[in-house]
Write a protein that binds this ligand. Structure first.
Ligand SMILES: C[S@@+](CC[C@H](N)C(=O)[O-])C[C@H]1O[C@@H](n2cnc3c(N)ncnc32)[C@H](O)[C@@H]1O
Length: 257
């Protein structure tokens, strides 16, 4: 799956950001300077296109809804202004799914982590358009966010939807769902909480099943792959893939006590 879609009504343009917004946004060079940033990244830095609407949203709304990366634990209740079950979403892309889930689950908090400006701009637009109060954004490498900002046993759930499959063998090392990161992620989930992944890449689905299945803190809530839960809407990419005869695999694991 590639990130080529733009939000409705936006014209794609390579619009430069103002210097103030550029300064507020994390760059991958900053990410490289964060503590212990020696791991292989699951994304590559590319400037990509950003629409005028996404740029405007970054300028106006970033400060309101985003939390800067910092190498210490985040107080989730303070970040959301309430105590509520908190779901971490890794790589929300353009935020289409996040918006729908956050609207349908107003009693849960959603912490979305994404690295690319266009995606963050798009998510900010959705927060404003749908008047979402239960979404916060961290624009940074999710591996470092989970490691540094999320305290153990605090998350009620984790969503990882259609992570980059890195299909070439020499790039498999960039895949997010690998044993060390899954062990870290599982440690951040409360006992009874869940890790939900979905992919349209069969070989990555098999890797996910094996890696999640081998983690001692996780138990498969299904017999093998899980049916798509009602709360996860079908994305446009997914619907197109299904029409073309591609499969989609959901995985639902629970954190054990
Ligand atoms: C293929 S897209 C899927 C987007 C979305 N979840 C969906 O289903 O449409 C994967 C997304 O993960 C993001 N991503 C990859 N590695 C990441 C990381 N380490 N931290 C945060 N975001 C990451 C990418 O920027 C990209 O937007």
């Amino acid at each position: 799956m590639t990130m080529t879609s733009t939000s409705k009504g936006d014209t794609a343009a390579s619009a430069p950001l103002s210097s103030a917004t550029e300064a507020a946004l994390p760059s991958s060079s900053q990410a490289l300077n964060s503590p212990g940033a020696a791991h292989i990244r699951s994304f590559v830095h590319r400037r990509g296109h950003i629409t005028q609407g996404q740029r405007d949203a970054l300028e106006r709304l970033l400060d309101l809804w985003s939390i800067p990366y910092e190498p210490h634990k985040l107080d989730l209740a303070a970040a959301f202004g309430r105590q509520a079950p908190t779901i971490l979403e890794i790589g929300f892309g353009m935020g289409e799914t996040t918006e729908k889930i956050a609207m349908s689950r107003p009693d849960d908090n959603f912490l979305g982590v994404e690295v690319f400006n266009a995606g963050v701009g798009s998510m900010l637009k959705r927060i404003e358009a749908s008047q979402l109060q239960n979404v916060r954004i961290i624009q940074h490498d999710a591996v470092e966010v989970v490691r540094d900002m999320i305290a153990p046993d605090t998350l009620d759930g984790v969503h990882v939807y259609f992570p980059d499959p890195w299909p070439k063998k020499r790039h498999h090392k960039r895949r997010l769902i690998q044993p060390p990161f899954v062990a870290l992620l599982a440690s951040r989930v409360k006992p009874g909480g869940y890790v939900h992944c979905a992919t349209d890449w069969e070989q990555y689905a098999q890797q996910m099943l094996e890696v999640l299945g081998n983690d001692p803190l996780l138990r498969n809530a299904a017999d093998g792959y899980a049916p798509r839960p009602e709360f996860r809407p079908q994305t446009k990419f997914e619907a197109r893939g299904l029409r073309l005869g591609h499969g989609v695999w959901d995985l639902m694991f629970k954190r054990v006590g």
